[in-house]
Design a binder for this molecule. Structure first.
Ligand SMILES: NC(=O)c1ccc[n+]([C@@H]2O[C@H](COP(=O)([O-])OP(=O)(O)OC[C@H]3O[C@@H](n4cnc5c(N)ncnc54)[C@H](O)[C@@H]3O)[C@@H](O)[C@H]2O)c1
Length: 393
C-alpha cells in the first residue's frame, strides 16, 4: 500500500460536486506521484443529502460520510477540513474548522467580502493551523517555470501583464439561474469566479496591485431558476424566472507597486472560449505567454537572442527541469488540469508536516479579495481605487 509508513493526514471534505471530484482525485493520486512526508487519507465527506453524499463517498473513495458538516469538526479522526462548497459558506466553515483546530484548504474566492476574508485570516492565525486557498493554476509546471524565469531576471523589469479568463458556458439565455449567478450565494459573477484566478496569477508572477479601475456588465438579466448538476452543467427546476444580480463580465486596468501595468478581462460570454485562462507578460528583456487550454507549453521571447533568430519559442514544460513535471511522465508526455490540484496538495501536505502555510494561503486569499473589492468599488464610483482604500488592516 502506498505511503503505509508515513504520517497520515485525515481529510474531511465539505461538498462533493465539481471541485469535490477534483480534490478527491488530487488526494487519491498524490502519493502515487510524489514522495511526500505525509499522505492524505480520504476519511469523510459531508453533504446535506444523504443519498447523494453516500453515493459520492462510494464513487470517489471516501471512507465515511456525514450529513451535517459540523460533525466533521467534532470528529477526532479528522485533521484537515477541505471546503469545496459555494462561496457564501466559506467563511463560516473555515472559521469553525480553525476553531476546532483543523488545518484548512478552502476553494476560491476566499470569501464574499473583505471583512469575511479578514476574519478568516484572523481565525487561522489565532488557531495556529495550516491554511491554503485553492488557486490551482499557479501549480501548472509552465506557470511555475514562468515564475522561475521572472525571478531569475530573464525578463528584466516587468512592464505589462495582460490576462484574460474567457468562458462561454452561460451564453444561452435559457441557462438556469444557478448559485454562480446569485449574489447572495456567490458574491460576484465572472469577477469573483474567474477574474480571481488571473488576479492570483498576476500577484504570483508580477507582484502586488496598487490601484485599479474597472467596469462590469450583465448581458442577460433574467433566467429560469435552476441548480448546478456537476462540472459546469445545470438543470432548470421550474418554469419560474429570477433576476441575475451579478456580473456576466468584468474588465479592469491595474497598476502594480513595482510600476508594472495590467489589463484584465473575465467573461462567461466569449463564444468559443471554453476555459481560456491566458496571460502575456512583457519585460525589458523579453516576454512570456501561457494559455491553460495548451497548459504544458510556455511561449518565451528573449530580446538577447541572435538577430534573425528572434521570435517566441515554445517550451513544452514536461522535462525534469520544470517544477513538478519530473514527478509524472517522461519529457513530452503531457499532463492536465487535474495535476495542478495534485501539485498544490503536495505543498499542502508538506506545509502540514512543517507547520507552515504554503502560498497561496489565506493571506493571499485576503489580498486577492482586496483587489476584487477595489474593482467593485471602482465600478460603483467610476474612478480609480487604491487597494489601500479598501484594506481595513
Ligand atoms: N479552483 C478552481 O479551478 C475552481 C473551479 C470551480 C469551482 N471552484 C470553487 O469551488 C467552490 C465549489 O464550486 P463547485 O464548482 O464545486 O460547485 P458545485 O455546485 O459543483 O458543488 C458545490 C457542492 O457544495 C455543496 N453545498 C452547497 N451548499 C452547501 C452547504 N450550505 N453545506 C454543505 N454543502 C453545501 C453542494 O451540495 C455541492 O456538493 C466554489 O467556491 C467555486 O468558486 C474552484
Amino acid at each position: 500500500m502506498v505511503g503505509v509508513n508515513k504520517r497520515q493526514v485525515r481529510v474531511g471534505m465539505i461538498g462533493y460536486k465539481f471541485m469535490g471530484k477534483a480534490h478527491s482525485n488530487g488526494y487519491r493520486n498524490l502519493p502515487y506521484f510524489f514522495d511526500t512526508p505525509a499522505v492524505p487519507v480520504l476519511q469523510a465527506i459531508a453533504g446535506r443529502d444523504e443519498q447523494g453524499v453516500k453515493a459520492a463517498a462510494e464513487t470517489m473513495g471516501w471512507a465515511s460520510y456525514e450529513t451535517d458538516w459540523r460533525r466533521l469538526l467534532e470528529r477526532d479522526d479528522i485533521d484537515v477540513i477541505d471546503i469545496v462548497t459555494p462561496n457564501n459558506v466559506h467563511a463560516e466553515m473555515a472559521i469553525a474548522a480553525a476553531e476546532a483546530g483543523k488545518h484548512v484548504l478552502c476553494e476560491k474566492p476566499l470569501a464574499m467580502t473583505v471583512e469575511q476574508a479578514k476574519r478568516m485570516v484572523d481565525a487561522v492565525k489565532k488557531a495556529g493551523v495550516v491554511h491554503m486557498i485553492c488557486h490551482n493554476y499557479r501549480f501548472a509546471p509552465a506557470v511555475q517555470f514562468a515564475k522561475k524565469l521572472i525571478e531569475e531576471g530573464r525578463l528584466g523589469k516587468i512592464y505589462h501583464i495582460r490576462a484574460q479568463y474567457l468562458q462561454d458556458w452561460i451564453m444561452d439565455p435559457k441557462f438556469p439561474l444557478v448559485w454562480r449567478l446569485r449574489k447572495e450565494v456567490t458574491g460576484s459573477g465572472a469577477h469573483g469566479d474567474i477574474a480571481a484566478h488571473i488576479l492570483d496569477l498576476a500577484r504570483f508572477l508580477v507582484g502586488e496591485f496598487s490601484e485599479v479601475v474597472g467596469m462590469m456588465e450583465t448581458f442577460i438579466k433574467e433566467r429560469p431558476l435552476g441548480e448546478m448538476t456537476g462540472g459546469l452543467n445545470a438543470s432548470a427546476n421550474s418554469g419560474k424566472m429570477g433576476q441575475v444580480d451579478v456580473d456576466d463580465c468584468s474588465a479592469f486596468l491595474a497598476r502594480f507597486e513595482n510600476g508594472a501595468v495590467g489589463v484584465f478581462e473575465a467573461t462567461r460570454f466569449a463564444a468559443g472560449n471554453r476555459n481560456g485562462n491566458r496571460f502575456e507578460i512583457n519585460g525589458e528583456k523579453g516576454s512570456i505567454r501561457w494559455d491553460l487550454e495548451n497548459m504544458n507549453n510556455l511561449q518565451v521571447y528573449l530580446t538577447d537572442d541572435e538577430p534573425g533568430l528572434q521570435g517566441f519559442r515554445t517550451i513544452n514544460c514536461t522535462e525534469e527541469h520544470h517544477p513538478y513535471a519530473g514527478a509524472y511522465w517522461p519529457a513530452g508526455h503531457i499532463i492536465g488540469y487535474e495535476h495542478t490540484f495534485i501539485n498544490l496538495m503536495k505543498e499542502f501536505m508538506e506545509g502540514i508536516v512543517n507547520g507552515t502555510s504554503p502560498a497561496p494561503n489565506f493571506e493571499d486569499g485576503y489580498r486577492n479579495q482586496l483587489v476584487l473589492a477595489s474593482v467593485e468599488k471602482s465600478v460603483e464610483t467610476g474612478s480609480w481605487v487604491k487597494i489601500s482604500e479598501v484594506d481595513p488592516s
